[in-house]
Write a protein that binds this ligand. Sequence first.
Ligand code: UDX
Ligand code: UDX
Length: 468
Amino acid sequence: MKKIKNVCCIGAGYVGGPTMAVLADKCPHLEIHVVDINKTRIKAWNDNDLSKLPIFEPGLEKIIKKRRNHNLFFSSEVKKNIRKAEMIFISVNTPTKTKGIGAGFASDLRWIESCARQIAEYAEGYTIIVEKSTLPVRTAEKIKSILNSSLKANNSQNINAQFSVLSNPEFLAEGTAINDLINPDRILIGGDDDDAIKLLEDIYSNWIEKDKILKTNIWSSELSKLIANAFLAQRISSINSVSALCEKTGANVLEVSKAIGMDKRIGEKFLNAGPGFGGSCFKKDILNLIYISEFYGLKEVADYWKSVLDINYWQQNRISSLIIEKLFGTIAGKKISIFGFAFKSNTNDTRESPAINICKNFLNEGCELLIYDPKVTEQEIVSILGSNNLNLDTNKRNWHKLDTIIEAVTNADAIVVLTEWEEFKNINWDIIYSLMRKPAWIFDTRNICNKEEIEKTDINLWQVGISK
Ligand code: UDX
Ligand code: UDX
């Protein structure tokens, strides 16, 4: 059986970049080429200033510094690197379709298809294709069909080309990606070609114990990824629904989470109430699950998963409304300070961030937003909220990105904490209070601010899931 030496990964995003960095670090004998059609992104991956890498992940810079241009390379040379590779990972994006059949639910597989066609055209010899992207069930079948029909039609530049397709979904979470890749709970490999499975397993065995490597058929592997994300999202919607009940009844969601989480059957993780889940995966994967369920005539199953998404929107809107309500029913002309725009801490990613919907709700009411986030750039927020939104009453721009917490709270009527950044945990609230307009409010949607310190000031505090 052939050994793997050359690896290619198509897609240098939040999944492909960190995954290949760790692979390069753990397997110095491999030569890994990460390719992406986005030249700006590749340029950023190759920047000498490591703070300019296209994504922020704790621990990533150190590995890039060590492996880049040794056995880890970033480029846009797709053709050459496909040709050279014995193993090709596909890590391209699969967003929700915006038009056509399945619009709003199904995944758009155009980039997966384009990768399969490029591989069919350029690959040489026995090539293993590994699906890393989260994909709808039975996508591997489509990839195989493109590869095989191209072989039959003799489109491939090398008639010796021979393909095997594996599913190997990535379970990393952003913000902890490097640690998740180094110490995964499990590695899942789905496929039916024993040789290909063995070769991929051998790569992971360089740093992962054998009993953590789970082998299944290809469809179970594809489905397991969707279901893992759906179960995680469902826990968040469950605890968020409970947070509203706690606020009404006098219970405290932190105490309830702790009490139920100590039951080993439930477990303590993923029970933090918040402004609703964000990120590139949960919503997309549940929409996909809904689509597949409906496709197979399982309406009740589809409805069940839809309710997880419904609670998520509801929580964002519920929080926006109650904030407006507490600020005397109007925020027109008021300054609202937004603490955190990323969908979670330790990432610069804003995809599906609850901050987006909540900020838009506020802007619709005619207020001015003072946004502070340690990692999200102004350019990113411009792409979401627009650059030339004017407040019709004051004729001024209706949002600003500030570089410091102090600037972001000056003359603000309220602070809304939306991302659980560490630096929000230890703030000198005396100073903050002195800078705000009175009466001043903090709305802590993540339950991370220091309640005792806040209560020493005259700031009004609202926390998710805790009744006053
Ligand atoms: C994406 C999906 O969101 C996730 O569901 C899946 O599991 C893995 O891929 P992520 O890495 O976060 O995750 O996406 P993104 O940061 O958008 O990166 C994808 C990259 O693929 C982009 O840089 C894009 O330019 C690149 N790409 C896309 C190609 O190089 N070629 C293509 O044909 C299409
Ligand atoms: C998720 C999965 O965890 C990961 O396995 C998969 O590969 C990709 O999707 P990610 O979206 O990066 O990872 O982050 P995650 O930590 O799961 O958080 C998702 C969202 O849920 C965030 O908005 C986060 O703030 C929120 N969340 C998480 C809560 O509101 N409460 C919790 O208890 C946990």
